[in-house]
Design a protein around this ligand. Structure first.
Ligand SMILES: C[C@@H](O)CC(=O)SCCNC(=O)CCNC(=O)[C@H](O)C(C)(C)COP(=O)(O)OP(=O)(O)OC[C@H]1O[C@@H](n2cnc3c(N)ncnc32)[C@H](O)[C@@H]1OP(=O)(O)O
Length: 140
C-alpha cells in the first residue's frame, strides 16, 4: 500500500477515515507472539469460559492498534503519533469484523498538530474501543 505524503493544510475539522478488518485466530496467535501477551483470557478457551466473558476475548491492544492503520492511511507518511488514549468498552471475539475510525476534532495550526477521536466498532455498530489521538504533521 502506498502512503501519500500530505501537508498540514490538506486536513480539516470533520475529516474521517475507516479501516475495517475481520479478526482471525491467526491474528490473535500472531499478536500474542509479537507482544508477548499470552494472557489465558485470549489463549485458553477452558479458562476463558470460567470468566465473566464466558469465552476467549481478543487483546485490547491489538484492536486499538487497528487505529494506527486508520490514521496512517489517511494522514499519510508525513504524520507521527504524539499521543493516544483509549478505553476498552466491550469485548471483541474472534470472527468479529472491526471498523477502526478516526475523525478530526481539533486543529492546532501553529504546531501542525491534529487531534481526533479514535474509536473501533464491531459489525453491530457497538463501540469496543474509544479514545483520542494526537498527531503532528512533519512534512515541511
Ligand atoms: C491485559 C490484556 O491481556 C487483557 C486484555 O487485553 S482484555 C481485552 C480488552 N478489554 C476488554 O475487552 C474489556 C471490554 N470492556 C467490557 O467488556 C466492559 O467495559 C466491562 C464488562 C469491563 C464493564 O462493562 P459494564 O458492566 O457495562 O460496566 P460499566 O461500563 O457500567 O462500568 C463499571 C464501572 O467501571 C468503571 N469503568 C469502566 N470503564 C472504565 C475506565 N476505562 N476507566 C475507569 N473506570 C471505568 C465505570 O465507571 C463503572 O464504575 P462505577 O463506579 O460502578 O460507576
Amino acid at each position: 500500500m502506498a502512503y501519500e505524503i500530505k501537508k498540514y493544510d490538506e486536513f480539516k475539522l470533520g475529516d474521517k477515515n475507516v479501516f475495517t478488518k475481520t479478526i482471525t485466530e491467526t491474528d490473535v496467535i500472531m499478536f500474542a507472539g509479537i507482544s508477548g501477551d499470552f494472557n489465558p483470557v485470549h489463549m485458553n478457551e477452558v479458562y476463558a469460559k470460567t470468566t465473566m466473558f464466558q469465552g476467549r476475548i481478543v487483546h485490547g491492544m491489538f484492536i486499538a492498534s487497528l487505529l494506527g492503520q486508520a490514521g496512517a492511511s489517511f494522514f499519510g507518511g508525513g504524520a507521527i503519533y504524539i499521543g493516544h488514549t483509549q478505553k476498552f468498552t466491550a469485548p471483541v471475539r474472534i470472527g468479529d469484523t472491526i471498523s477502526a475510525i478516526v475523525e478530526v476534532t481539533e486543529m492546532i495550526p501553529e504546531k501542525k498538530i491534529i487531534k481526533y477521536r479514535a474509536y473501533c466498532q464491531n459489525q453491530e455498530g457497538k463501540i469496543v474501543v474509544d479514545g483520542e489521538a494526537t498527531i503532528k504533521i512533519i512534512t515541511q
